[in-house]
Design a protein around this ligand. Structure first.
Ligand SMILES: C[S@@+](CC[C@H](N)C(=O)[O-])C[C@H]1O[C@@H](n2cnc3c(N)ncnc32)[C@H](O)[C@@H]1O
Length: 214
Protein backbone atom coordinates (compact mmCIF):
# COMPACT_ATOMS: atom_id res chain seq x y z
CA UNK A 1 0.00 0.00 0.00
CA UNK A 2 1.35 3.45 -0.87
CA UNK A 3 1.62 6.29 1.62
CA UNK A 4 -1.15 8.23 -0.17
CA UNK A 5 -3.54 5.23 -0.14
CA UNK A 6 -2.88 4.66 3.56
CA UNK A 7 -3.32 8.37 4.38
CA UNK A 8 -6.65 8.47 2.51
CA UNK A 9 -7.82 5.31 4.27
CA UNK A 10 -6.93 6.73 7.69
CA UNK A 11 -8.73 10.04 6.99
CA UNK A 12 -11.85 8.11 5.90
CA UNK A 13 -11.97 6.43 9.30
CA UNK A 14 -12.89 9.78 10.93
CA UNK A 15 -16.68 10.21 10.72
CA UNK A 16 -16.83 13.70 12.23
CA UNK A 17 -16.26 16.14 9.38
CA UNK A 18 -13.91 18.52 11.25
CA UNK A 19 -11.75 15.57 12.37
CA UNK A 20 -11.84 14.03 8.89
CA UNK A 21 -10.65 17.24 7.18
CA UNK A 22 -8.08 17.95 9.90
CA UNK A 23 -6.58 14.46 9.59
CA UNK A 24 -6.66 14.52 5.79
CA UNK A 25 -4.75 17.79 5.58
CA UNK A 26 -2.42 16.92 8.46
CA UNK A 27 -1.35 13.64 6.88
CA UNK A 28 -0.91 15.32 3.51
CA UNK A 29 0.85 18.52 4.59
CA UNK A 30 2.83 17.72 7.73
CA UNK A 31 6.23 16.32 6.72
CA UNK A 32 6.51 14.29 9.94
CA UNK A 33 4.20 11.60 8.58
CA UNK A 34 6.28 11.05 5.41
CA UNK A 35 9.47 11.19 7.49
CA UNK A 36 8.09 8.45 9.78
CA UNK A 37 7.05 6.44 6.73
CA UNK A 38 10.61 6.59 5.38
CA UNK A 39 12.15 5.70 8.75
CA UNK A 40 9.73 2.80 9.23
CA UNK A 41 10.36 1.44 5.74
CA UNK A 42 14.06 1.23 6.54
CA UNK A 43 13.43 -0.26 9.99
CA UNK A 44 9.88 -1.02 11.23
CA UNK A 45 8.91 0.51 14.57
CA UNK A 46 7.68 -2.67 16.33
CA UNK A 47 5.53 -1.84 19.35
CA UNK A 48 4.89 1.90 19.64
CA UNK A 49 3.84 4.30 22.39
CA UNK A 50 2.46 7.53 20.90
CA UNK A 51 2.75 10.15 23.65
CA UNK A 52 0.15 12.96 23.35
CA UNK A 53 -1.33 11.23 20.31
CA UNK A 54 -4.00 13.86 19.65
CA UNK A 55 -6.58 12.36 17.27
CA UNK A 56 -4.37 9.29 16.75
CA UNK A 57 -3.80 9.71 13.02
CA UNK A 58 -0.05 8.95 13.23
CA UNK A 59 -0.70 5.72 15.11
CA UNK A 60 -3.42 4.65 12.66
CA UNK A 61 -1.17 5.46 9.71
CA UNK A 62 1.70 3.36 11.08
CA UNK A 63 -0.64 0.39 11.72
CA UNK A 64 -2.30 0.76 8.32
CA UNK A 65 1.10 0.77 6.61
CA UNK A 66 2.20 -2.27 8.66
CA UNK A 67 5.12 -0.30 10.13
CA UNK A 68 4.06 -0.86 13.77
CA UNK A 69 2.98 -4.18 15.32
CA UNK A 70 0.91 -2.38 17.97
CA UNK A 71 0.31 1.18 19.11
CA UNK A 72 -0.71 2.56 22.49
CA UNK A 73 -1.54 6.25 22.31
CA UNK A 74 -2.64 8.66 24.99
CA UNK A 75 -3.56 12.33 25.29
CA UNK A 76 -5.19 14.43 28.00
CA UNK A 77 -7.83 15.76 25.59
CA UNK A 78 -10.69 13.29 26.10
CA UNK A 79 -12.51 14.54 22.97
CA UNK A 80 -9.55 13.73 20.75
CA UNK A 81 -9.13 10.34 22.42
CA UNK A 82 -12.79 9.53 21.72
CA UNK A 83 -12.29 10.49 18.06
CA UNK A 84 -9.15 8.35 17.92
CA UNK A 85 -10.91 5.29 19.37
CA UNK A 86 -13.87 5.67 17.02
CA UNK A 87 -11.49 5.94 14.06
CA UNK A 88 -9.53 2.87 15.20
CA UNK A 89 -12.58 0.53 15.15
CA UNK A 90 -11.83 -2.68 13.29
CA UNK A 91 -8.05 -2.21 13.43
CA UNK A 92 -6.40 -4.56 15.91
CA UNK A 93 -3.55 -3.75 18.32
CA UNK A 94 -4.38 -0.05 18.56
CA UNK A 95 -5.43 1.43 21.91
CA UNK A 96 -5.98 5.04 22.92
CA UNK A 97 -6.69 6.37 26.39
CA UNK A 98 -6.82 9.67 28.24
CA UNK A 99 -3.83 10.55 30.43
CA UNK A 100 -1.56 13.45 31.35
CA UNK A 101 1.99 12.96 30.03
CA UNK A 102 3.39 14.45 33.23
CA UNK A 103 2.04 11.54 35.28
CA UNK A 104 1.41 8.66 32.88
CA UNK A 105 3.44 5.47 33.25
CA UNK A 106 4.97 4.72 29.86
CA UNK A 107 4.78 1.01 28.98
CA UNK A 108 7.89 -0.64 27.55
CA UNK A 109 7.89 -0.47 23.75
CA UNK A 110 10.24 -0.70 20.82
CA UNK A 111 9.57 2.92 19.83
CA UNK A 112 8.35 5.95 21.77
CA UNK A 113 6.97 8.85 19.71
CA UNK A 114 7.05 12.42 21.06
CA UNK A 115 5.50 14.34 18.18
CA UNK A 116 4.85 18.02 18.98
CA UNK A 117 4.41 17.60 22.73
CA UNK A 118 7.61 18.72 24.48
CA UNK A 119 7.06 22.46 24.02
CA UNK A 120 3.79 22.27 25.98
CA UNK A 121 5.76 21.33 29.10
CA UNK A 122 8.12 23.17 31.46
CA UNK A 123 11.86 22.43 31.15
CA UNK A 124 11.70 20.12 34.18
CA UNK A 125 8.65 18.28 32.81
CA UNK A 126 10.37 17.93 29.42
CA UNK A 127 13.48 16.44 31.04
CA UNK A 128 11.38 14.02 33.10
CA UNK A 129 9.39 12.92 30.04
CA UNK A 130 12.55 12.46 27.95
CA UNK A 131 14.13 10.31 30.67
CA UNK A 132 10.95 8.20 31.07
CA UNK A 133 10.71 7.81 27.30
CA UNK A 134 14.35 6.75 27.02
CA UNK A 135 13.85 4.16 29.77
CA UNK A 136 10.64 2.84 28.19
CA UNK A 137 12.13 2.50 24.69
CA UNK A 138 13.87 -0.73 23.78
CA UNK A 139 14.86 0.75 20.42
CA UNK A 140 14.13 4.35 19.50
CA UNK A 141 12.73 7.57 20.91
CA UNK A 142 11.58 9.84 18.08
CA UNK A 143 11.08 13.51 18.90
CA UNK A 144 9.56 16.09 16.55
CA UNK A 145 9.34 19.61 17.87
CA UNK A 146 10.01 23.29 17.28
CA UNK A 147 13.70 24.18 17.10
CA UNK A 148 14.01 27.58 18.86
CA UNK A 149 17.48 28.13 17.35
CA UNK A 150 16.37 28.70 13.77
CA UNK A 151 15.78 32.46 13.79
CA UNK A 152 12.69 33.89 12.08
CA UNK A 153 11.15 30.52 11.22
CA UNK A 154 11.31 29.58 14.92
CA UNK A 155 9.35 32.71 15.79
CA UNK A 156 6.74 31.87 13.16
CA UNK A 157 6.38 28.28 14.37
CA UNK A 158 6.26 29.44 17.97
CA UNK A 159 3.61 32.04 17.05
CA UNK A 160 1.48 29.44 15.26
CA UNK A 161 1.60 27.14 18.29
CA UNK A 162 0.58 30.06 20.51
CA UNK A 163 -2.43 30.71 18.25
CA UNK A 164 -3.61 27.06 18.17
CA UNK A 165 -3.20 26.75 21.94
CA UNK A 166 -4.89 30.08 22.71
CA UNK A 167 -7.84 29.25 20.44
CA UNK A 168 -8.22 25.95 22.28
CA UNK A 169 -7.46 23.90 19.17
CA UNK A 170 -4.66 22.21 21.07
CA UNK A 171 -4.90 21.99 24.84
CA UNK A 172 -1.47 22.92 26.16
CA UNK A 173 -0.37 24.58 29.37
CA UNK A 174 2.26 26.75 27.63
CA UNK A 175 4.52 27.04 24.60
CA UNK A 176 8.17 26.72 25.57
CA UNK A 177 10.37 25.29 22.84
CA UNK A 178 13.66 23.87 24.03
CA UNK A 179 17.08 23.92 22.43
CA UNK A 180 17.68 20.70 20.55
CA UNK A 181 21.21 20.56 21.97
CA UNK A 182 19.64 20.30 25.44
CA UNK A 183 17.13 17.63 24.37
CA UNK A 184 19.98 15.67 22.79
CA UNK A 185 22.07 15.94 25.97
CA UNK A 186 19.24 14.47 28.10
CA UNK A 187 18.77 11.54 25.71
CA UNK A 188 22.52 10.92 25.39
CA UNK A 189 22.84 10.88 29.18
CA UNK A 190 20.37 7.95 29.07
CA UNK A 191 22.70 6.08 26.72
CA UNK A 192 20.98 6.86 23.40
CA UNK A 193 22.70 7.97 20.20
CA UNK A 194 20.92 10.92 18.61
CA UNK A 195 20.70 11.99 14.97
CA UNK A 196 18.77 14.98 13.72
CA UNK A 197 17.00 16.05 10.54
CA UNK A 198 14.85 18.96 9.47
CA UNK A 199 11.22 17.88 9.33
CA UNK A 200 9.32 20.99 8.58
CA UNK A 201 6.79 22.57 6.25
CA UNK A 202 8.12 25.58 4.33
CA UNK A 203 8.73 28.58 6.63
CA UNK A 204 8.45 26.55 9.85
CA UNK A 205 11.29 25.24 12.01
CA UNK A 206 10.39 21.77 13.18
CA UNK A 207 13.13 19.21 13.60
CA UNK A 208 13.05 15.43 14.00
CA UNK A 209 15.43 13.75 16.43
CA UNK A 210 15.93 10.00 16.27
CA UNK A 211 17.48 8.68 19.48
CA UNK A 212 18.56 5.08 19.28
CA UNK A 213 19.65 2.57 21.88
CA UNK A 214 22.99 1.12 20.84
C1 LIG B 1 0.25 19.70 18.53
S1 LIG B 1 -0.75 18.41 19.19
C2 LIG B 1 0.12 16.97 18.58
C3 LIG B 1 -0.74 15.75 18.60
C4 LIG B 1 -0.16 14.52 17.94
N1 LIG B 1 1.10 14.11 18.54
C5 LIG B 1 -0.02 14.73 16.45
O1 LIG B 1 1.09 14.59 15.93
O2 LIG B 1 -1.02 15.01 15.80
C6 LIG B 1 -0.27 18.40 20.91
C7 LIG B 1 -1.09 17.45 21.75
O3 LIG B 1 -0.54 17.42 23.06
C8 LIG B 1 -1.61 17.24 23.95
N2 LIG B 1 -1.11 17.62 25.29
C9 LIG B 1 -0.60 18.80 25.69
N3 LIG B 1 -0.25 18.74 26.98
C10 LIG B 1 -0.54 17.47 27.40
C11 LIG B 1 -0.40 16.78 28.64
N4 LIG B 1 0.11 17.38 29.74
N5 LIG B 1 -0.78 15.48 28.71
C12 LIG B 1 -1.30 14.86 27.63
N6 LIG B 1 -1.46 15.46 26.42
C13 LIG B 1 -1.08 16.75 26.32
C14 LIG B 1 -2.72 18.13 23.39
O4 LIG B 1 -3.97 17.72 23.88
C15 LIG B 1 -2.55 17.88 21.89
O5 LIG B 1 -3.36 16.82 21.43
Amino acid sequence: MTFDEAARGVAERYQSRPAHYYVRSKLKMDPVTRALHELGEKEPFGTVVDVACGRGQVALLLRTLGLATSVTGFDWDAGKVTNANLAARGLDAVHFHAADVREAVLPQADTVLLVDILHYLTREEQDALLVRSARAARGRVIVRDVDPDQGATSLLTHGWEWVTTTLGYNRGARVSPRSFAEITAVLEAEGLTVSRELCSARGMSNVLLVARRA
